[in-house]
Design a protein around this ligand. Sequence first.
Ligand SMILES: N#[N+]C[C@@H]1[C@@H](O)[C@H](O)[C@@H](O)[C@@H]2O[C@H]12
Length: 445
Amino acid sequence: MANFPKDFLFGVATSSYQIEGAVNEDGRTPSIWDTFSKIKGKTYNGDTGDIACDHYHRYKEDIGILKEIGVKAYRFSIAWPRIYPEKGKFNQKGMDFYKKLIDELLKNNIKPVATIYHWDLPQWAGDLGGWLNRDSIYWYSEYSQKLFKEIGDVVPMWITHNEPWCASILSYGIGEHAPGHKDYREALIAAHHILLSHGEAVKIFRDMNIKESQIGITLNLTPAYPATEKEEDYLAAKYADGFSNRWFLDPIFKGKYPVDMIELYKKEIGEFDFIKNEDLGIISQPIDFLGINFYSRSIVKYDENSLIKGEAVEGPGKKTDMGWEISPESLYDLLKRIDKEYTNMPIYITENGAAFKDIVNKDEVHDQERIEYVKEHLKYAIKFIEDGGNLKGYFLWSLLDNFEWAYGYSKRFGIVYVDFETQKRILKDSAIWYKEVINKNLIDN
Ligand SMILES: N#[N+]C[C@@H]1[C@@H](O)[C@H](O)[C@@H](O)[C@@H]2O[C@H]12
């Protein structure tokens, strides 16, 4: 048996484009994901977020489920295209949805945790170059300032960006996510502007002196391990760590990009002429907490022909339905490393969870593998806390089965099953198990 601290914050997480639907309602205009998901071949089965979980209309039902599970906090994201459907044009109706959502959460004594950007960039911004355009910083500043003004007093935790790595490298470099570009210079420019917009939003947040509220950022971090004891594989792991982790951690916490990665990237992308002198000082604005999304680790072997001198090899552990190795001990390694090398400020695991093939039997959904996955990760979370680690909360990904980006609806991460034909919700065994963990504030072995 392992106990959590009495004030440990148990939550669940979702994001706007993955659950809301109602893509043409109350003034919302398309995002880059509305556009991207309609391009043939970009998503599994041509799936889109047009309806998703219909959360825009069912949010009260879904908050009732949150209440039933007993979560203390709910991490959601705000759809920028609802708030600014056109450049510079605020949409009160879009804002009113989130005000109603937050009011309902507070009525149920659930802490709202708002992510400002979870990848659904307005298409009008995409048409102007998206995150490649340095003006994106100003568009984002206007958006975040308006949110702080409208709901800053009822949102105690703000997350500026969800997974800048995905919003830049996966989206502009690898091309799997919207807008689907495959250009690493673009990817690093986008990453820089996203980080810069984070810093500007933190400055705005501080200047507004919003009481009883904190601001941070959520990074997806993937610990990298060498495939063998060979020196070249250790080098490959170092570059993989730079690619996934240090490129974002260093500017935020050390006020500089990692030199080894700059040297490596220079050969591919040329000069870093998109970085202005004052930029790193803005990016490294002090924040109140770090959000970490953790799913798995990477194991790499040296590959002279790859940009980052390495290629992933399959790990020995069991896999989730995404093909990701289950490695809860890597979460502990990661937390210890962050604590030692970067910060001992409050950390929240803002996403952790797994896709598995659920066993649906009428009104029961059995997902023992998901229970085991979450249980093992929570055990290592407690181990870190017992070591003195400043881990303050855990948000399970996800509340509902939802639109899993390029995988469409083929991968189910929810602890609540969604029948997308009927929109019926069914609590999975994992939801019932999580309810007990929260209620007892401990993990049974
Ligand atoms: N894939 N996967 C699941 C999950 C995705 O659904 C979230 O939107 C992202 O923040 C993060 O990638 C993690």
